[in-house]
Ligand binder design. Structure first.
Ligand code: PEP
Ligand code: MN
Length: 301
């Protein structure tokens, strides 16, 4: 049982101790105590297949924005496997700004992800949009993603918290770090400890990039929370040529994981065609990341 109380006095504390029912008493001034280093000092390791978010090896998650078909996905999955990627991504329920845009393949896409996992052995992650779909998505995938638009969909956070499937919680495009950690708290409070936080850029006045990548969030989170931290330079910049420099900067800033959108033919992609690397560009990126990771005492593969 979790007891939370603001302004706990020493009398309260003594009474609580005297009951003998408290397994552990943690005093924290954080608004999201379960995410905080007061609750757990060591960085959490979130395990998904062979990937270990929060460990020395930086976890690279790569794949297309959307699953569009068998060949597109399998070609990407094979390249990802060959290049030492740890997890395959691909959206099948797409949260599109316009209802007229491609909405994803739905369950048929989940089956393709499962097929790609079967063939390559790579675990897969995909976004879930509704609480009612959590079980379905968890049946086919190894990790769930909550996207920027749903970071404060509290019913979804609770539903994902009840599932034991690991989850990537993206930062809301308009949430502060504090609000984002409180969103993560909803998931932890329901009993799912396997949360990875993903910085994916926030809305600012700057229009040269799709969003503004808040890289300072990485060291700020590192200090505030035990949860592993990921950076997504694809959605943060919206621009193919900015992915590599920002991915390198994210590793230098201490990120535990990266999410990179990659597609065999980005120019034909049904979503986010401007921010996906083709497979050759992605292979080049991995080589550059090897160097930066080594410089900070880590590795990417
Ligand atoms: C995605 O990862 O495909 C996605 C929609 O991301 P975000 O929620 O960050 O926009
Ligand atoms: Mn995308």
């Amino acid at each position: 049982m979790l007891v939370t109380k603001q302004n706990l006095t020493s009398t309260d504390m003594n009474e609580l101790k005297a009951t003998g029912i408290a397994e552990r008493i943690v005093v924290s001034s954080s608004k999201a105590p379960l995410t905080s280093r007061d609750f757990q000092n060591d960085t959490s390791i979130v395990e998904v297949g062979n990937a270990r978010f929060g460990a020395e090896k930086i976890v690279i998650v790569a794949g297309p924005c959307s699953v569009e078909g068998r060949e597109q996905l399998l070609e990407t999955a094979r390249a990802a496997k060959r290049l030492g990627v740890s997890l395959l991504r691909g959206g099948v329920f797409k949260p599109r700004t316009s209802p007229y845009e491609f909405q994803g393949l739905g369950e048929a896409g989940l089956k393709l992800l499962a097929e790609a996992r079967e063939e390559t052995g790579l675990p897969v992650v995909t976004e879930v949009l509704e609480p009612q779909k959590v079980d379905l998505v968890a049946k086919y995938s190894d990790m769930l993603q909550i996207g920027t638009r749903n970071v404060q969909n509290f019913a979804l956070l609770r539903a994902v918290g009840k599932s034991r499937t690991p989850v990537i919680l993206k930062r809301g495009m308009m949430t502060t770090i504090d609000e984002w950690l409180q969103a993560a708290e909803y998931i932890l409070l329901e009993g799912n400890q396997n949360v990875v936080l993903c910085e994916r850029g926030i809305r600012t006045f700057e229009r040269a990039t799709r969003n503004t990548l808040d890289l300072a969030a990485v060291p700020i989170l590192r200090k505030a929370t035990h949860l592993p931290v990921m950076v997504d330079p694809s959605h943060a910049t919206g621009s193919r040529e900015l992915i590599t420099p920002m991915a390198k900067a994210a590793i230098a800033a201490g990120a535990d994981a990266l999410m990179i959108e990659t597609h065999p033919t980005p120019e034909t992609a049904l979503s986010d065609s401007q921010q996906q690397l083709d497979l050759t560009e992605f292979a080049d990126l991995m080589k550059e990341l090897d160097v930066i990771a080594k410089a900070v005492g880590r590795s990417v593969r």
